[in-house]
Design a protein around this ligand. Structure first.
Ligand code: ARG
Length: 459
């Protein structure tokens, strides 16, 4: 028997009931739903809207339902329309008519908005903890590789020398901003909608502040129609998680490249790589590839939410039931991905020699060769041309800039002296890039300190 049967003469068609029902995916919010109802019942009792002893019976009944769901004694009814209806139905079965008073001055639109916000807040805490551990791991790997010189690339062509620490710290910065975005999103989610009613609040003298305090919300929504009809916090979180997945996916792409035979910059631990069913020699970076692949579903969920919301009139419309699967999937995917990524990164072996050897190639020091001339008075554009000619000469002679005899240098410009070889030595090139934000070990140390301070503040 449905709850609205007063107005209806027939039961809902059973196939349509399945179509309409959200319990298969919103049951994960049972705890939030029950805690929300407890706070509501207490408030109804305190304000005298319902009898205090009845409020107590409701809270006690809800507590029993919570415990029974947790212990497995109470199973979700797949025929229930949603978790909100399910909990209320069980409550009324258990405590009788008093249970029917719980929904006074409240709507399911209220409940669903409240439950989602509470659920997202908990999940954001979990994502934050996982992301902080990942960021700390990145920092730790950087500390171990302050002096590990590697090629920096643009267009995937060797560009200028950096260190592995500097390269890793670039990701640390991205993750720090992801944490910051998450914090921002948390703040906007931490606003309680309960009391919005179906859309037009209520005529009962409810105390919204009391409920907000009980449920740990920092603020309450200012407009009842907005309170039940926006899901921008879902879209925002889906956006935050999408950006995070872009970062994670790029990192994975690099890990995949770095453990190829062509690069050999790192090796994955055997516990975080897979073999081939046919090719005995293979060691595949499946984990990194899967994370790169899973980024797509997180972006897809963002598109789902944006598209679902863009055309619906105020206030609540049933379209919004589609919010949960999308945002829940993004949350679980991100938790899964970070959970796999962090230990994979922790256990990589860094092949410092391969990185350093690769940094000798590709005329990586050609900019520094030009800079040498600039420091001796030549305008940069001219120096760029001279250095370019020397590179061309090296290509013809099949040698590197370090191997080119001093006469060849002097033939291009009389400004060159013996100390050009120090100026273009790769470790010198890195050490000289010591400005704020640069790859020199001392500059990266500053970056690490700042990142650690930021992390401590976010805790
Ligand atoms: N299951 C619904 C949802 O997820 C709950 C709100 C239903 N409200 C309503 N008026 N039908 O959105």
């Amino acid at each position: 028997m449905t709850m609205w049967n007063g107005r209806f003469t027939k039961e809902l068609d059973s196939k349509i009931n399945d179509f309409n029902s959200s319990i298969s995916f919103d049951h994960v919010m049972y705890q939030e739903d029950i805690l929300g109802s407890m706070a509501h019942a207490k408030m109804l009792g305190e304000t005298g809207i319902i009898d205090k002893t009845e409020a107590e019976a409701i809270v006690e009944g809800l507590q029993g339902i919570l415990e029974d769901i947790q212990s497995g004694a109470l199973l979700f009814d797949p025929n229930a329309e949603d978790i909100h209806m399910f909990v209320e139905e069980v409550l009324t079965q258990r405590i009788g008519d008093t249970g029917k008073r719980l929904h006074t001055a409240r709507s399911r639109n209220d409940q669903v908005a409240l439950d989602i916000k509470m659920y997202l807040k908990t999940k954001m805490e979990q994502i934050k903890a996982a992301l902080m551990e990942l960021t700390e791991t990145v920092i730790q790997k950087s500390e171990e590789n302050l002096h590990t010189v590697m090629p920096g690339y643009t267009h995937l062509q060797i560009a200028q020398p950096v260190t592995f620490a500097h390269h890793l710290m670039a990701y640390c910065q991205m993750f720090l901003r992801d944490l910051d975005r998450l914090k921002d999103c948390y703040g906007r989610t931490d606003v309680m909608p309960l009391g919005s009613g179906a859309l037009a609040a209520t005529t009962y003298p409810i105390d919204r502040e009391m409920a907000a305090k009980e449920l740990g919300f920092s603020a309450i929504t200012a407009n009842s129609m907005d309170g039940v009809s926006d899901r921008d916090y879902c879209m925002e979180l889906a956006g935050v998680l999408s950006i995070l997945m872009v970062h994670l996916s790029r990192f994975c792409e690099e890990i995949i490249l770095w453990c190829s035979s062509e690069f050999k910059f790192i090796e994955l631990d055997d516990a975080f790589a897979t073999g081939s069913s046919i090719m005995p020699q293979k060691k595949n970076p499946d984990i990194a590839e899967l994370i790169r692949g899973k980024a797509g579903r997180v972006f897809g969920n963002l598109t789902t939410l944006l598209t679902m919301m863009k055309g619906i009139p105020l206030a609540y419309d049933k379209d919004m039931q589609e919010d949960k699967q999308a945002i829940f999937d993004s949350i679980e995917t991100v938790l899964l991905c970070i959970g796999a990524f962090t230990p994979m990164l922790k256990t990589i072996t860094v092949n410092k020699t391969a990185m350093e050897q690769a940094a000798q190639k590709g005329f990586i020091n050609a900019t520094d060769c030009a800079d040498y001339l600039v420091k001796h008075g030549m305008p940069f554009r001219e120096a760029h041309h001279v250095s370019g000619s020397l590179v061309r000469l090296c290509i013809e002679k099949n040698c590197t800039l370090d191997q080119l005899p001093l006469e060849e240098y002097k033939a291009q410009s009389s400004l060159f002296e013996e100390d050009i070889y120090t100026a273009i030595s790769v470790s010198h090139c890195v050490a000289q890039r010591k400005v704020l934000g640069g790859p020199a070990p001392e500059a990266v140390k500053v970056q690490i300190l700042q990142a650690q301070e930021l992390l401590a503040k976010l805790k």
